[in-house]
Write a protein that binds this ligand. Sequence first.
Ligand code: FMN
Length: 438
Amino acid sequence: MTQKKQIHLAAHFPGVNNTTVWSDPASGSHIEFESFRHFAQSAERGLFDFLFLAEGLRLREQGGKIYDLDVMGRPDNVSILQAMAAVTSHIGLAGTVNSTFNEPLDVARKLASLDFLSGGRAAWNVVTSWDEFTGENFRRGGYLPKEKRYLRAQEMLDVAKQLWDTDGGEFDIHTDQFDITGRFPVPRSPQGHPVIIQAGDSEEGREFAAASADAIFTRHAEKQAGMEFYADVKGRLAAHGRRHEDLKILPAATFVLGDTEDEAAENARQVQYQQVSPATAIAFAEQVWNRDLSDVDPDGPVPSFDPKTEDDVDSGGHISKGRASVRQYRDPVATAREWRELGEAKGWSLREVVIAKNGRHTFVGTPQRVADTIDDFVQSNASDGFVLVPHITPGGMDPFVDQVVPLLQEKGSFRTSYEGTTLRENLGLAPVRALSQS
Ligand SMILES: Cc1cc2nc3c(=O)[nH]c(=O)nc-3n(C[C@H](O)[C@H](O)[C@H](O)COP(=O)(O)O)c2cc1C
């Protein structure tokens, strides 16, 4: 009998975003060791492929202030993953590390070290960053323009691979961005190359992933959108001499469970209203309108006036700084019109529109329903699995591990024990051959 397509799951530690519900009494610290330990060990108990940590290199601002959701920032994730290596034994440890502001030798050294400390469980989510605001923290005479960032990312990754392949030996590398010679201070690590993840969505980002990544972390979690993204990116692999199974596609999603469908729906409604408080609704609207909306009633209609555009911003650029969402609203006037029309058509308040437009994809239902849906998405090639982010830290993954994982196992589409010792093996990826051998 042929084996069913296997689901890959990753656990994203919740942080600075509006998935997180701070107000819940069960919500704990987002920075203490104990939270990371609980979360990582829970995901390992659920036989997840990897623990995923995002990165933010500057605290986001809204109107020049730090908004409640962003106040924690994100501690350095390679340090956290090193600590997690000591309290786990199978789960992969994936850290987001920027390619625009770092040097390849330093990143390669840290990730090879993590691969050693964890016995072959390290992964690098290569992000490029999009904003000058973050760049100000690192500026050495100007920010790298958008079109150059993926060129640097590709060169940085290629150089890192060459360094890993030296096996602690000499290197002499000259590219457009890098002129480096010396001896790499770490021998070849257990995976050879830590697993490479990519998380950008542009044409350049998709090409970079198709050429060089082992996994993509994407926002395309709805079934239809997921199938389109999946077909697009997997369709690019052959041109790079790669096979369908060489790249795993993992959308971000969250979940809300209940004993009955009605209870789950009611739980989900409550979580949504906790995730988008009245103040958060206004903060999100300000990102579109690009002006102070503190006088607007979040439980009233979507504002009837238009956003400020880049041309008529008084001073200081955008009101919201360091957020990806600002990039999503490339045409704020059209976004405002769309929100207004949605509010009018559905009779929704501003807050209800924000909830509808800003939530992550959420699997809602009984554990059986959620298991069935996840399995259906994966078997339909809408993804190869999911990066799950619960709304509670650190215990939010526990109900999924206890109630949904056993049902996925019963279906034969999720492992009952780890297949290998390295992350690369557990993801079903081919071993890395040193560049000199390929
Ligand atoms: C699901 C997802 C998660 C991301 N997580 C991070 C992150 O934690 N830190 C970061 O700096 N950028 C993050 N990014 C940004 C991207 O890696 C990338 O730098 C940005 O989207 C610009 O690339 P693009 O134009 O190809 O989208 C994320 C993007 C996506 C789609």
